[in-house]
Design a protein around this ligand. Structure first.
Ligand SMILES: NC(=O)c1ccc[n+]([C@@H]2O[C@H](COP(=O)([O-])OP(=O)(O)OC[C@H]3O[C@@H](n4cnc5c(N)ncnc54)[C@H](O)[C@@H]3O)[C@@H](O)[C@H]2O)c1
Length: 257
């Protein structure tokens, strides 16, 4: 097992990629803290982990709220006593142009997607320093290649790539590795929301696979396995990296939007 008895905190693990990542981490022996603003979703994920024989703790937490993140650290330590991996996965996506995005939507998207990485890293770093642990951040191919009608989202995902490199430089000498993952379209909540926001959601969903060289969109567990790799000793000399997990996004047909 690649993560035997490592304590892994995964944000946004109450659904989608976070949930499937939590299951992959647990299969590799990790003790998983399932953190999500949707506490019921987090409890469901923890139940799935326990049903497969793993160990999980569900915590309702808002990554954009400093007090909530401090509580997340506290509850994690009370139950497991240490932290080895922080996977900053939680995000929201406003499917609008800058002109159509309200100031409130903009602030919330920045606060959750980028602020959440900042806050969770800030409050977990003292613990990660003790274990020479690691951080995995969730970016996107939208950090490199933008798409229409999700300007704020693309901005946060590009910023996460920069923040990942900056944290890798700052904390490498302490033995802490910091990397990010850049998935293509994955069959999970945010992609589905993007399809539903298009004029013809069925056509957008049907054509999305063809944007990838493999002519399909990804499965959430395929991203979860990449996160396991980055969190494991197999990636012991990998830091500051952006691991693209995109089935060859951009090598397929142009978008039919
Ligand atoms: N689905 C895709 O195609 C895709 C592609 C590239 C990158 N990503 C990234 O993967 C991650 C997960 O996306 P997904 O598609 O699985 O989304 P999802 O909507 O299925 O899951 C996101 C989870 O984050 C939680 N969340 C939202 N705001 C939160 C907050 N403030 N605090 C704590 N939890 C919060 C939600 O409750 C939800 O359970 C995101 O960072 C997203 O940007 C997704």
């Amino acid at each position: 097992m690649k993560l035997q008895n490592r304590v892994a905190v995964i944000t946004g693990a109450g659904a989608g990629i976070g949930r499937f990542s939590a299951l992959e981490f647990a299969k590799e022996g990790a003790l998983v803290v399932v953190a999500d603003i949707n506490h019921i979703g987090a409890l469901q994920t923890a139940g799935l982990i326990e049903a497969q024989g793993g160990t999980a703790l569900a915590i309702g937490a808002d990554v954009a709220d400093p007090a909530s993140v401090e509580r997340l650290v506290d509850l994690t330590l009370r139950r497991f006593g240490q932290v080895n991996v922080l996977f900053n996965n939680a995000a929201v996506q406003v499917n609008k142009t800058v002109e159509d995005t309200t100031f409130e939507e903009w602030n919330r998207e920045i606060a959750v997607n980028l602020g959440g990485v900042f806050l969770c890293s800030k409050y977990f770093l003292p613990e990660l320093r003790k274990t020479r642990g690691c951080i995995v951040n969730m970016s996107s191919v939208n950090g490199f290649f933008v798409e229409p009608f999700c300007a704020g989202y693309c901005a946060t995902k590009a910023a996460i790539i920069g923040l990942t490199k900056a944290m890798a430089i700052d904390h490498g000498k302490e033995g802490i590795r910091v990397n990010c993952i850049c998935p293509g379209y994955i069959d999970a909540g945010l992609a589905e929301g993007y399809f539903l926001a298009q004029p013809d959601p069925d056509a957008a969903r049907a054509s999305a696979g063809k944007l990838h060289a493999l002519w399909r969109i990804g499965r959430p567990e395929e991203v979860g396995r990449a996160a396991v790799f980055l969190a494991s000793d197999a990636a012991s000399f990998v830091t500051g990296a952006s691991l693209v997990v995109d089935g060859g996004f951009g090598s397929g047909l142009p978008p039919a939007l």
